[in-house]
Design a protein around this ligand. Sequence first.
Ligand SMILES: [Zn+2]
Length: 139
Amino acid sequence: MLTYYCPKCWTTIEDIELTCPNCGYDMEEFKRLSYEDKLLVALNHPVPERRMMAAQILGNMRSQRALNEFLKIVTSGNTDYYFLRAVLLATAKINHPDRQLILQKASQHYSTLISNFAIELIEQLEENGSVDEWDRHTG
Ligand SMILES: [Zn+2]
């Protein structure tokens, strides 16, 4: 059975509900959002796989608007390693001046798993100008 969530407060809801019983969010409003906006919302999804998938797709879309959200995630004290890894890889794919800032912040992350991954991405960008080739080989 599928679980539905309010995209604003992430309370679980019935699929037939038109407004969220918890916060009153209008589900029609969500349906009107662009695909990119829906993905940006999904970066806060309570299910880890959904958050990761949103980050991956935004990176592959080269969504420059995602960089704002990625910066917040990286500096928020989030400790979900797999999600942070997906966010950093997505960041590295988006050619924008903020990319370097986010990767530099992540390279100072208290978790060495995250900081080492960020440093690896920075080095890849310096050497090859993109991480696409490297991503294909590392999976
Ligand atoms: Zn709600």
